[in-house]
Design a protein around this ligand. Structure first.
Ligand code: SF4
Length: 52
C-alpha cells in the first residue's frame, strides 16, 4: 500500500492507514477540532478517518 511519509498516523483501524508502517496513505488529510476553541490535543482529530 502507498504511504505518505509526511503524515504519520497510529490509527490502524482506519481504511487509509498504511498498515505495515505508521503512516497515512492519503496525499492530504483534514485535521478538525470538535470544540469551538481548541485548547489541547484532545480537542483535535483526523477528519479524514474512515472505518475499514
Ligand atoms: S485518514 Fe487520518 S486516521 Fe486515517 S490513516 Fe490517514 S491520518 Fe490516520
Amino acid at each position: 500500500m502507498k504511504m505518505n511519509k509526511s503524515i504519520g498516523c497510529t490509527v490502524d483501524e482506519c481504511k487509509y492507514h498504511a498498515k505495515k508502517e505508521s503512516y497515512c496513505s492519503l496525499d492530504h488529510i483534514n485535521v478538525v477540532k470538535h470544540e469551538s476553541h481548541a485548547k489541547n490535543q484532545e480537542a483535535t482529530d483526523c477528519g479524514s478517518f474512515q472505518m475499514e
